[in-house]
Design a protein around this ligand. Structure first.
Ligand code: 5GP
Length: 177
Protein backbone atom coordinates (compact mmCIF):
# COMPACT_ATOMS: atom_id res chain seq x y z
CA UNK A 1 0.00 0.00 0.00
CA UNK A 2 1.25 3.41 -1.08
CA UNK A 3 0.71 5.34 2.16
CA UNK A 4 2.42 2.66 4.20
CA UNK A 5 5.44 2.78 1.87
CA UNK A 6 5.62 6.54 2.29
CA UNK A 7 5.61 6.14 6.08
CA UNK A 8 8.13 3.29 6.06
CA UNK A 9 10.50 5.38 3.95
CA UNK A 10 10.61 8.07 6.64
CA UNK A 11 11.76 5.85 9.54
CA UNK A 12 15.53 5.84 10.04
CA UNK A 13 17.50 3.11 11.76
CA UNK A 14 20.36 4.05 14.11
CA UNK A 15 22.35 0.97 15.10
CA UNK A 16 23.91 0.96 18.58
CA UNK A 17 21.77 3.85 19.92
CA UNK A 18 21.26 4.56 22.79
CA UNK A 19 23.45 1.59 23.72
CA UNK A 20 25.45 -1.09 21.88
CA UNK A 21 23.27 -3.77 20.28
CA UNK A 22 20.12 -1.62 20.18
CA UNK A 23 18.80 -0.46 16.81
CA UNK A 24 16.90 2.78 17.39
CA UNK A 25 14.00 3.54 15.03
CA UNK A 26 14.00 7.29 14.53
CA UNK A 27 10.68 8.90 13.58
CA UNK A 28 11.98 12.47 13.15
CA UNK A 29 12.10 12.26 9.30
CA UNK A 30 8.40 11.33 9.37
CA UNK A 31 7.57 14.42 11.43
CA UNK A 32 9.56 16.61 9.02
CA UNK A 33 7.63 15.39 5.98
CA UNK A 34 4.03 16.63 6.08
CA UNK A 35 2.83 14.21 3.40
CA UNK A 36 4.30 11.21 5.20
CA UNK A 37 3.05 12.35 8.60
CA UNK A 38 -0.41 12.89 7.11
CA UNK A 39 -0.26 9.38 5.59
CA UNK A 40 0.53 7.90 9.02
CA UNK A 41 -2.41 9.71 10.62
CA UNK A 42 -4.66 8.70 7.69
CA UNK A 43 -3.78 5.04 8.20
CA UNK A 44 -4.42 5.20 11.94
CA UNK A 45 -7.71 7.03 11.42
CA UNK A 46 -8.90 4.58 8.74
CA UNK A 47 -8.03 1.62 10.94
CA UNK A 48 -9.89 3.01 13.96
CA UNK A 49 -12.95 4.09 11.95
CA UNK A 50 -13.18 0.64 10.34
CA UNK A 51 -12.72 -1.24 13.61
CA UNK A 52 -14.84 0.67 16.14
CA UNK A 53 -18.27 2.27 16.00
CA UNK A 54 -17.46 4.40 19.03
CA UNK A 55 -14.27 5.69 20.62
CA UNK A 56 -14.53 8.25 23.43
CA UNK A 57 -10.93 9.18 24.17
CA UNK A 58 -7.39 8.81 22.82
CA UNK A 59 -4.78 8.42 25.58
CA UNK A 60 -1.18 9.17 24.59
CA UNK A 61 2.08 8.16 26.24
CA UNK A 62 4.76 10.60 27.31
CA UNK A 63 6.42 11.76 25.13
CA UNK A 64 6.20 10.54 21.56
CA UNK A 65 2.60 9.41 21.93
CA UNK A 66 1.91 13.15 22.23
CA UNK A 67 3.08 13.65 18.65
CA UNK A 68 0.37 11.45 17.15
CA UNK A 69 -2.46 11.36 19.68
CA UNK A 70 -3.85 14.91 19.53
CA UNK A 71 -3.92 15.03 15.72
CA UNK A 72 -5.63 11.65 15.57
CA UNK A 73 -8.14 12.66 18.24
CA UNK A 74 -8.97 15.84 16.28
CA UNK A 75 -9.59 13.78 13.15
CA UNK A 76 -12.00 11.58 15.11
CA UNK A 77 -13.63 14.54 16.85
CA UNK A 78 -12.80 13.22 20.32
CA UNK A 79 -10.64 14.23 23.27
CA UNK A 80 -7.01 13.46 24.07
CA UNK A 81 -5.62 12.69 27.53
CA UNK A 82 -2.03 12.53 28.78
CA UNK A 83 -0.24 9.63 30.39
CA UNK A 84 2.87 11.28 31.81
CA UNK A 85 6.07 10.46 33.57
CA UNK A 86 5.87 10.79 37.33
CA UNK A 87 5.54 14.21 38.91
CA UNK A 88 4.30 16.20 35.91
CA UNK A 89 0.53 16.19 36.41
CA UNK A 90 -1.28 18.40 38.95
CA UNK A 91 -4.19 17.30 41.11
CA UNK A 92 -5.27 13.80 42.02
CA UNK A 93 -3.49 11.13 40.01
CA UNK A 94 -3.22 7.39 39.70
CA UNK A 95 0.26 6.02 39.22
CA UNK A 96 1.92 2.75 38.35
CA UNK A 97 5.56 1.76 38.37
CA UNK A 98 7.06 -0.68 35.92
CA UNK A 99 10.49 -2.08 35.28
CA UNK A 100 12.81 -0.92 32.55
CA UNK A 101 15.85 -2.75 31.27
CA UNK A 102 17.83 -0.96 33.97
CA UNK A 103 15.78 0.20 36.94
CA UNK A 104 12.22 1.42 37.24
CA UNK A 105 9.92 4.08 35.86
CA UNK A 106 6.56 5.44 36.87
CA UNK A 107 3.66 6.71 34.76
CA UNK A 108 0.70 8.78 35.92
CA UNK A 109 -2.74 9.82 34.76
CA UNK A 110 -5.09 12.41 36.27
CA UNK A 111 -7.84 10.70 38.24
CA UNK A 112 -10.51 12.56 36.24
CA UNK A 113 -8.89 12.04 32.81
CA UNK A 114 -11.52 9.52 31.72
CA UNK A 115 -14.89 8.47 33.09
CA UNK A 116 -15.69 4.86 34.00
CA UNK A 117 -16.76 2.79 30.94
CA UNK A 118 -15.37 5.30 28.46
CA UNK A 119 -13.90 3.60 25.41
CA UNK A 120 -10.21 4.40 25.10
CA UNK A 121 -7.50 3.82 22.50
CA UNK A 122 -3.96 4.12 23.85
CA UNK A 123 -1.32 5.45 21.47
CA UNK A 124 2.47 5.58 21.35
CA UNK A 125 5.08 5.82 18.63
CA UNK A 126 6.66 2.44 19.29
CA UNK A 127 6.34 -0.73 21.32
CA UNK A 128 9.54 -2.49 22.38
CA UNK A 129 9.19 -4.69 25.49
CA UNK A 130 5.64 -3.41 26.04
CA UNK A 131 6.39 -2.23 29.57
CA UNK A 132 5.22 1.34 28.91
CA UNK A 133 1.95 0.29 27.26
CA UNK A 134 1.36 -2.31 29.96
CA UNK A 135 1.67 0.49 32.55
CA UNK A 136 -0.71 2.69 30.52
CA UNK A 137 -3.28 -0.13 30.38
CA UNK A 138 -2.94 -0.60 34.14
CA UNK A 139 -3.63 3.11 34.75
CA UNK A 140 -6.73 3.11 32.54
CA UNK A 141 -7.99 -0.04 34.22
CA UNK A 142 -7.66 1.76 37.56
CA UNK A 143 -10.00 4.43 36.18
CA UNK A 144 -12.39 1.68 35.00
CA UNK A 145 -12.08 2.72 31.38
CA UNK A 146 -12.81 0.26 28.60
CA UNK A 147 -9.56 -0.26 26.71
CA UNK A 148 -10.25 -0.94 23.02
CA UNK A 149 -6.65 -1.38 21.91
CA UNK A 150 -3.09 -0.13 22.01
CA UNK A 151 -2.07 1.50 18.73
CA UNK A 152 1.53 2.19 17.71
CA UNK A 153 3.32 3.32 14.61
CA UNK A 154 6.10 0.75 15.06
CA UNK A 155 6.24 -2.70 16.66
CA UNK A 156 9.60 -4.33 17.41
CA UNK A 157 8.42 -7.91 16.93
CA UNK A 158 11.27 -9.84 18.52
CA UNK A 159 10.74 -8.18 21.91
CA UNK A 160 7.19 -9.60 22.02
CA UNK A 161 5.59 -6.51 23.50
CA UNK A 162 2.19 -7.67 22.22
CA UNK A 163 2.30 -10.50 24.79
CA UNK A 164 3.01 -8.03 27.58
CA UNK A 165 -0.16 -6.01 26.87
CA UNK A 166 -2.37 -9.12 26.70
CA UNK A 167 -5.37 -9.39 27.03
CA UNK A 168 -5.55 -6.06 25.25
CA UNK A 169 -5.13 -5.88 21.50
CA UNK A 170 -2.03 -4.36 19.95
CA UNK A 171 -2.15 -2.83 16.46
CA UNK A 172 0.87 -1.49 14.59
CA UNK A 173 1.38 0.14 11.20
CA UNK A 174 4.98 -1.06 10.76
CA UNK A 175 6.74 -4.11 12.12
CA UNK A 176 10.48 -4.71 12.46
CA UNK A 177 12.44 -7.65 13.83
P1 5GP B 1 8.85 -0.38 25.93
O1 5GP B 1 8.25 0.16 27.18
O2 5GP B 1 7.82 -1.00 25.01
O3 5GP B 1 10.02 -1.27 26.17
O4 5GP B 1 9.48 0.87 25.15
C1 5GP B 1 8.68 1.72 24.39
C2 5GP B 1 8.94 3.16 24.74
O5 5GP B 1 10.30 3.49 24.56
C3 5GP B 1 8.13 4.07 23.84
O6 5GP B 1 7.55 5.12 24.61
C4 5GP B 1 9.12 4.60 22.83
O7 5GP B 1 8.92 5.97 22.56
C5 5GP B 1 10.49 4.35 23.45
N1 5GP B 1 11.40 3.64 22.51
C6 5GP B 1 12.09 2.50 22.76
N2 5GP B 1 12.82 2.15 21.70
C7 5GP B 1 12.60 3.07 20.75
C8 5GP B 1 13.05 3.23 19.38
O8 5GP B 1 13.83 2.45 18.81
N3 5GP B 1 12.57 4.31 18.71
C9 5GP B 1 11.71 5.18 19.28
N4 5GP B 1 11.26 6.20 18.51
N5 5GP B 1 11.26 5.05 20.55
C10 5GP B 1 11.70 4.01 21.27
Amino acid sequence: EQKLQLVRGRIRAFPDFPSPGVCFRDITPLLKDPAAFCAAIDLMEDHLRKTYSQIDVIAGLDSRGFLFGPTLAQRLGIGFVLIRKKGKLPGATESVSYSLEYGKAELEIQADAVDPKQKVVIIDDLIATGGSLWAACTLLKKLNAEILECLVLIELKTLEGAKKVTPFKLCSLLQYD
